[in-house]
Every structure is written in C-alpha cells, then in structure tokens.
Design a protein around this ligand. Structure first.
Ligand SMILES: *Cc1c(COP(=O)(O)O)cnc(C)c1O
Length: 490
C-alpha cells in the first residue's frame, strides 16, 4: 500500500511514499497530508467473520488488509498494548445508555483519555522503524492536556526516540499536569511554559522552522518528527474501534447485521471522525457521522453551510478544552476524498491566505451525504451531564456531553446511535462535580472525592497514585528559553 498526497505533488517530494515514510515525515507537498492510495473493502464478510473475534484479532486482520510495510510481528506487539487497558479482552466497552443510544468508551487506557487508543500502538511502531533504520528521533509535542500524557506514556523508555513535551503552566487540569510531571522516563522532557496553550504551540512551530535548532539536532544525529493527529500512523488505529463498536451493537442484539447506525463524535482535530469516515468508506453500515462541537463551532458551520470561516473567529476557552480548536487539520483528508487533490489544494490555500473557503452547493450536498453536525455550550453540556447521571445513572465527561445535544437534533427515530466517549470523568472532575452538585472546586482532588462519593465510583488507582508520586519534571520557563532547554536535554 502506497500513500499519496492531498494537495498533489511538487518537485521536492516523491509522488508516493510507504507507510513508514508517511509516519516519519507526515507533511506532504504544499503542506498537504498523506492518505492511502486505495482502501481495502471490508464489507459484510469481514463483519460476519469477526462477530465472534476479540478486539485484537479483528484489529490485526484489518491492518493486514492495508498491506503496510510493517512486519506482522511488530504490528502484533503494537496491538498487544491494548492489554494495558482495563479489560484486555475488550479494551473498548460499549454501554447502553438510552433506548437507542450506546456509548463507546475509548478512555480505558493508561492515561484515561482516548488519545491512548492510537498513541499506544503508534509509539511501538515508530520506535521500531527508528531502530531498524538506525536513526534517532525527537518528538516535539505541545499539549493542552490529553496528548501530552498519552505521548509520554507511549514513548517512555523506548529505544531511538526522545520526547519533549510543552504544556501551559496552569493551563491544564491537576490530573493532566501530574500525569506529565511525574513521568520519569530518561528519554522524556516535560516543559511548563509561562503562558497559554497557544504560546506552547507557537513555540513549537518556531522550533520546527528554526535553522539553528535543526543544525544543532543534526550535530547530535537526531531527526525531528511529530506525533500529532495529522500523522496517518495514528489515524489507522482509529478506524478499528469504529468497526468494533458496530460489532458490539450487533453482538448485543441492538442492530441486525447490516443495519445502519449513527456515529456521533466529539470533534477537535477531526482524527476520531476521520477514522469513522474511513470505516464507512471501507463498508461499515453508517447512516451518518455526526460531528459534535463546543462553542468553537466552526465544523458545524462547515457541515451546515459549507463555509470554513476563520476571519472573525478566535478560540473560545470552554469546559471541553480538547475541542477548543479552529483549524481542524484532518478535515483536509475528507475534502481530498470527496473533491480530489486539485480542489483540496485550492481550498486549503484559500484558508491559509484568506482565512476562509466556501464549498459550492454541489460540494456541500456531497459533504452532507456523509455528515451532520451540531454544537453545545458549556451550560447545556453541564445539564446533559447532570440529567444523564440522574435519569440513566451514567456519568460522562464534558467532551462526551456535547454529543447528547446533537443526538437530539441530528438523528432520526429508529436508527441507533453510537456516541464516542473520549475521556474518563477523572480527567475533568471540577466541571463534572460542578454539574452534579453545584460545588466549585479549585483542586481536582476535592472534585474527584466528591464525585466518587455522589456516584459511588472508586477513584481509579492510577489517578489516585498521581497525588503522592514524586514530581520529577520541574522545568517551568519563559517561552524564549525553550530552544536552549531542549538542546540541553538532547
Ligand atoms: C483529542 C480529544 C478530542 C478531539 O478528538 P479529535 O480526534 O482531535 O477530533 C475530544 N475529546 C477529548 C477528551 C480529547 O482528548
């Protein structure tokens, strides 16, 4: 399987690359992205075949059909990392919450957010490629909270890879910060930045563009890579759980084999939703993919009106911060799939230069054949958290809650919905405690104890342990000092 480019090719890049190449250097010609040249068709046979398989067996069969340049043994080891989830036999439990609404819980991994689904296997594969090539890689990450812990956890003590992870000091939850600053792997460096998430991200972009930095890395025989969700090495693992969730509904007798369902995804950078889109393209019976957003509702506007407009938009901080995103990178892959490389290049160039693009009415109709969307503000979100807890005895986090609005506004009766839950309640506890009881906690630990009492749920051991673990990553610096600090670490 070869990978082609969403904006066509310039003279500097190869026309097609292998999976490994697309992973190591994820940015394609003209700033585009890599996508598979063709997709395997799974269809009914595949679903029937795996009705009785466990997650890992189905996953390996699906990966096999992509024919990527990774040894079977390595893929097996990568997929075996799902053994670190709560239930190795079923890393993604699907829970019935309402008559026609099922929640697929993607957060049962080591860092309690859905980033583990892709980053766990991705880390194993990237490290293996680096070792086989005899190369060393530095992964740079800027995080608002969930990607950082998951990236550190997956690369911890892995050969030929180092990670430098920047987070805004004071800009994450206590649990998220502790997950990072208690990481003691020798190949990991965590840097708190005096500033907000945007400062961390801007610093990262500056580093990527800095010649001095690149020269210094070259001297240390280190190459630069990225683990963000534009990397297809993450996307490929995000197709699997959509297929699994559908099979779970069939197993529970909620749908007959072949019956269509909605996939309802709390979206930020669109990696999760893209995985659902590809699953559908490969034959999963899907009625529509519903894109749920918070007040940063640029994707709702795109899907309802065909306009992507950044001109008067600024990121609004919300209680679902992993979705506080305006430039949703993976949308580009859908544009390419629907409209081709020439048009994608045109649209993305317009977005970069004019901060705006508009689809034609034919294009919009095509997009709406696959997608529907709605958004939900923080107050509504808290209401859904409280209501769902009181009526259905189901506890969810503020990202997941955004899907409950679009479930009401975007679905037809009689068609089942799969809502994807992307974080455990432990990661955003002050918001949830506030939704349930009205209390205002400034410390996560108080909120965790209070939710635990109200909901009768134990605090998971890996979260409880964070509060007594020694803090080993003490660096907090001004953004101007980042380059120096990372070079010292290398
Ligand atoms: C990353 C994240 C999202 C957004 O996922 P995308 O794949 O970027 O759309 C939603 N919820 C949580 C909790 C996340 O960590």
């Amino acid at each position: 399987m070869q990978f082609i480019q969403t904006r066509g090719e310039d003279a500097n890049k190869k026309e097609k690359v292998s999976f490994s190449e697309a992973i190591l250097d994820p940015i394609a010609s003209y700033g585009g992205l890599y996508v598979p040249e063709t997709f395997p068709t799974l269809g009914r046979d595949f679903l029937e075949k795996h009705l009785k398989s466990d997650y890992k067996t189905m996953a390996l069969d699906m990966l096999d059909r992509f024919e990527i340049d990774i040894d079977k043994e390595v893929l097996r080891e990568a997929i075996d990392l799902y053994d670190r989830f709560d239930d190795p036999n079923n890393p993604v439990p699907v829970v019935k919450v309402k008559e026609d609404l099922y929640v697929s819980e993607l957060y049962h991994g080591p860092t309690r957010a859905f980033k583990d689904m892709a980053l766990q296997p991705f880390g194993a594969i990237l490290s293996d490629i680096a070792q086989k090539r005899g190369e060393n890689y530095l992964i740079l990450a800027a995080t608002s909270g969930d990607t950082g812990p998951a990236a550190l956890e997956t690369f911890k003590d892995r050969a030929n890879v180092k990670v430098a992870c920047m987070y805004p000091e004071g800009g994450t939850s206590d649990v998220q910060r502790l997950q990072m600053v208690t990481e003691d792997g020798k190949n990991l460096k965590v840097i708190g930045i005096k500033g907000v998430f945007d400062d961390a991200q801007t610093a990262l972009k500056r580093l990527l563009a800095s010649n001095r930095f690149k020269e210094a890395l070259k001297e240390k025989e280190t190459k630069l890579s990225a683990a963000n969700s534009v990397n297809f090495g993450r996307i490929i693992f995000q197709i699997i759980y959509h297929i699994h969730s559908y099979l779970e509904l069939v197993r529970k007798g909620a749908v007959a084999m072949g019956e269509k369902v909605y996939l309802n995804v709390p979206s930020g950078n669109f990696g999760n939703a893209l995985g659902g889109y590809y699953a559908w393209k490969m034959g999963l019976p899907v009625e529509k993919i519903i894109i749920s957003s918070n007040k940063n509702n640029i994707l709702t506007q795109l899907i309802k009106e065909g306009r992507y407009d950044l001109r008067n938009n600024r990121v609004i901080p919300t209680t679902s911060p992993a979705m506080d995103i305006l430039k949703s990178s993976n949308v580009e892959r859908v544009l390419f799939d629907l409209f081709g490389a020439k048009r994608t290049k045109e649209l993305m160039e317009s977005l970069e230069k004019e901060h705006f693009y508009e689809l034609t009415s034919d294009e919009l109709a095509k997009l709406q054949e696959c997608f529907n969307a709605d958004w939900c503000d923080d107050e509504e979100g808290k209401r859904y958290i409280k209501e769902t807890f009181e009526k259905e005895k189901y506890l969810m986090d503020p990202h997941t809650a955004t899907c409950f609005k679009s479930y009401e506004t975007c679905t037809k009766e009689g068609i089942k919905s799969i809502v994807y839950s992307t974080a455990e309640w432990t990661k955003f506890s002050p918001v949830i405690a506030n939704a349930l009881t009205g209390e205002v906690d400034t410390r996560d630990i108080d909120a965790l104890r209070s939710i635990s009492k109200v909901a009768g749920l134990p605090i998971p051991p890996m979260i409880e342990a964070l509060f007594t673990k020694p803090i080993v990553q003490n660096t907090v610096i001004e953004k101007e000092e980042i380059e120096e600090e990372i070079l010292k670490f290398i």
